[in-house]
Design a protein around this ligand. Sequence first.
Ligand code: MAN
Length: 537
Amino acid sequence: MRVFGLSISAFTALTLASSAWGLRGLPKENESLYKPDENGNWACLGHPDIVISFDKINDDYCDCPDGSDEPGTSACAAVAPPGGGFFCENPGHFPGVLPYNRVDDGACDYDICCDGSDEKEGVCINKCQEIHDEYIKVLKSQQDALERGLQARQKLVAQAATARDEQQKEIVKKEKELKEKQTFLESRQEILDRLVETQEQDVSSGKVSKSKSPEAIEKVAIKLEDLKRSYGEFASRLQAAESDRSQLDRIFEQLKDTYNPNFNDPAVKDSIRSWEEVKSNSQLSSDASSVNLDTESLAALIQELHEYRDESSAVLERQQSIAKGGTFFKILSLFVPSSSQQLLASYLYELKVWLARQGLAAYPPMDHPGSGHQAGEYSESIEIRDARKVVENIQNEINDIQSAIETSLSDLSADYGQNDVLRALRNVCVENPVGEYDYEVCFFGQASQKGKGSNTNLGTYSSLKRESDHFVMTFENGARCWNGPIRRAQVNVYCGSVSEISTVSEPEKCEYFFKMTSPAACDPNLKVDVEITHSDL
Ligand code: MAN
């Protein structure tokens, strides 16, 4: 803090201002420059060729072009060199240098000349003792504030150390977790690889896995219920087709019995011959009735599945026989429209694949109607899918842990200031009412303006810079101003024993300037260990 920095140099200077000295406005160290020669004359300091009588010094008339003959009046104010001025000795306080034009102007310039020497004798009383006492009081209170701030800072430093410790422990924990997960991943990957290999072998050999459970059988039963319903629908359509066909049969029988062959009508003759041919090749009636039988078989099977769900091997055989389903499909394909055939085929195929996944049947061949698969492909079993999901989940967890470790490591090596003190402020928010709003600053987080029913984002933490007696945090990319720029904020943090927002201004529309205090900004290097007593003066 500059004020403390000043105080250090001030104390050094304090010892220099000790006693009064004869020539007005001249510091004692320049005494040797103002000696008359043997004739009582003196040469201007910057113009040795101009010689004046020594008693013309401080006679309120400017004789020397450099003004050196008037160190204690305002006569040479216009020509005084830059930086020069009337020297006030200020015994008991700090010497000061007053611009010449303020000398003998009737005003007591106590801010620089507490001894009143800038005015004629008797105009200004000497106030150096009083002013110095006040100065010491302010200095002490500032030192006390710094002391309190530094004590509070110590707490923050301790919190920062704990936070760092916790972060390190967390990293160790995460690294251990990572290793365990990686081992777990390897074992699960092996299981997956084995399952995939087994299924590939099973698919190529047609071998059926024996894994099954009552729940799996229950699912089969539900699926079969659906299939039964579907079979029923197709059976009804088949019966309808069969009845249409019977009617046609009757019509053709009638035509055959009643037509007159003597008319020699080739169209009628051809039709009757074709019909006889179709009829002799067709097995429709018997096959159609077997559709009904299949539907009943399914119903019975479902019943059995419910009753014997634990006896899965028996169920397996039945499912395998159902899953074959070849004859039934072929018969149906004679009568149902091609669009419905496709539907039925894919339905059957799905059922077969599902049974296979449950380990209850062999995988259907690639050329099975409705498969939609290319040769060489096959569906993964649920076991494989589950195993793959487990592997994927573990891999995702590993990725998350790795990125958390990376983030923590980079945060650990980040610059959080002297003694790592600012680490304690991560996630710390300070909120105070200032003017018509409540303002909030979350260190390394977000700055906000609250009130009037809204919470406006003034920006997200962007950068940190240390200045001599404070640090500067910037917050960028806040909410866009209506008809204006994106809000941003600069927060200057000064030393103080408590964290609080002191002032907020908006120098440009939607650009905010905060001043706040925090123990984190107290600099231990600026601590002044000087005991001030009047005996020092
Ligand atoms: C709100 C506040 C003000 C800002 C105006 C701009 O009233 O966020 O700080 O100047 O919007 O429209």
